[in-house]
Design a binder for this molecule. Structure first.
Ligand code: CDT
Length: 321
């Protein structure tokens, strides 16, 4: 029998600095209510979905920074979301800033099943941006200041009728993210993101922000034969444009559902897990086609190591011209 899961990206419009957790959770519950009426069984909220995207500000006082973090989950304010999930039988992905009991700070997501129970946790591995104040920028991207790189790797979970994996925002640009999970059979990879509509570290035409978002999500769905549900924070948040463009890509690499607004919006698709299996058994049958004896560099080397000068193929020919 075909396995079909109706799922949704639950895009959120801007969250103001002054907006409370309770208000954010109420917005999420409204989307969950719509999800229920549309037969959705699993939905994905954005990265840092309980607050504004605070790494845009330089803060020296860690007491202030920690007002954006959660010390436990569910919290008093988020509990109603877990209760509705259980009542309506809808699982979800939620991104938030996590402060552990022993004082570590992570950019985290959790996977909550359709009974309202946390079944998985992921901590963002690829932290973008910088760690020191860079006053020449119109806004900051201080994830490397406020978070430590995740320490949980890229696990997957068998739950709600599928094998699920999670990633967070910048992780989606790195092929290693998806491959680590597809090597464990991931069928649905969920990710939330907060992407400003401008690159403040170098000149980049604005249209590339959405183009690269679609590009990496679609290519990764195809190359790993899985569904990718990518959910944005969208619109003008505290003066900064966030790209939105939430999408669901299927194993062919095609987009099957896409946000039309820069507001709270539910983007729904039927995930056909038979398509996942088809790719995993043919073109992307890893056991049959991968050649790991040639991939050692991927885990033994971080940055680029150039070949010795003068040995680049074609260099002699070019320099003689
Ligand atoms: N939140 C997050 O990871 N945002 C990054 C912005 C990159 S520009 C510093 C992203 O990959 O979209």
């Amino acid at each position: 029998m075909a396995r079909i899961i109706t799922a949704a990206a639950a895009q959120m419009g801007p969250i103001a600095r002054a907006e409370s957790r309770t208000s954010c959770v109420n917005r999420m519950i409204e989307m969950m209510r719509e999800a229920k009426s549309r037969g959705v069984r699993y939905m994905v909220f954005p990265e840092l979905a309980l607050t504004t995207f605070f790494p845009r500000w330089y803060m020296e006082d860690w007491k202030e920074v920690e007002t954006f973090f959660e010390r436990t989950m569910p919290t008093k304010e988020t509990l109603p979301l877990f209760e509705k999930a259980a009542e309506w039988g809808i699982g979800f992905y939620l991104g938030y800033a996590e402060l552990t009991e022993d004082g570590h700070h992570y950019n985290t997501s959790i996977l909550v099943n359709d009974k309202g129970r946390i079944v998985g946790k992921y901590r963002k591995v690829h932290l973008p941006g910088h760690s020191e104040h860079e006053p020449h920028r119109p806004w900051q991207h201080l994830e490397k200041r406020y978070f430590e790189p995740g320490d949980l790797g890229f696990p997957v979970w068998r739950t709600m009728g599928a094998i699920h994996g999670m990633a967070i925002c910048n992780d989606r640009r790195w092929p290693e993210t998806y491959r680590s999970m597809s090597l464990q059979g991931a069928e649905i990879i969920s990710l939330g993101y907060n992407t400003p509509d401008e690159n403040t570290s170098a000149f980049e035409p604005k249209h590339l922000r959405n183009f690269h978002n679609d590009l990496v999500v679609q290519a990764s769905a195809y190359q790993n034969s899985c569904y990718v549900i990518a959910t944005a924070k969208a619109g003008i948040e505290e003066g900064v444009g966030m790209i939105g463009g939430s999408l669901i890509a299927q194993p062919s690499g095609e987009i099957v559902a896409k946000a039309q607004t820069l507001e709270d919006e539910l983007v729904v698709a039927d995930l056909r897990l038979d398509l996942v299996q088809m790719g995993k058994e043919t073109v992307f049958n890893f056991a049959k086609h991968r050649r790991i004896e040639h991939y050692g560099r991927i885990t033994s080397q971080t940055g680029v190591e150039l070949p010795p000068a003068g040995e680049v193929e074609g260099e002699d020919v070019l320099s003689r011209k």
